[in-house]
Design a protein around this ligand. Sequence first.
Ligand code: NI
Ligand code: MN
Length: 227
Amino acid sequence: MNITFLGHAGFQFSLTGGTNLVVDPYITPNDKASDIDVDSLKADFILLTHGHGDHVADAERIANRQGSTIISNFEIVSWYEEKGIEGHGMNHGGSYDFDFGRVKCVVAHHSSVLPDGTYGGNPCGFVIMTTDKKFYIAGDTALTMDMKLIPMLCGQLDFVILPLGSNFTMDYTEAIKAAEFLECDDVIGCHFDTFEPIMIDREKVKDAFDEAGLKLILPEIGEKIQR
Ligand code: NI
Ligand code: MN
């Protein structure tokens, strides 16, 4: 599959089967992502990990343009349904078989409120299981022992996407621990360098992953990753 980093915690996945997924689009408010053309992003589905603005900013715009279905927790999906956008609500522990593969909604330790103050339900992560790849998108979260359940319940992951900028989420030392809990050595980092409290020292972070025997990509905005 083809993965494009959209900045912050945003990714687009062009699955081998032809389905396009967008996760947590925060593009138009992000000056650093001005090279991403939000209106040309293909999205059959938009997955939202929680309701914070730095994750949902462009979801409505993309959904209206692409006719996308939003996959998120029940409360966030209900909020979008009131705007006339289709959705599929889930909650922690639940899985659902979509045409493109199975999605499992898993625990994230964070908070969640929508931009207008509406209750945003529980923040979550997603495990996406397609015919060719199995991967975990952590969303915004602290390190949690619950991550150990993921390989136990879902089997071997091909790669994981972890936040590591600290302040709002776990930091890179805890992301290393998360990769161990997840039993996966192929990590794509996110939620760093977007704004002041989450700036990282890329070399220091890469060295720490190297020393732990883990592969880490700290993508540039717009960077394409093959998996
Ligand atoms: Ni957040
Ligand atoms: Mn965030």
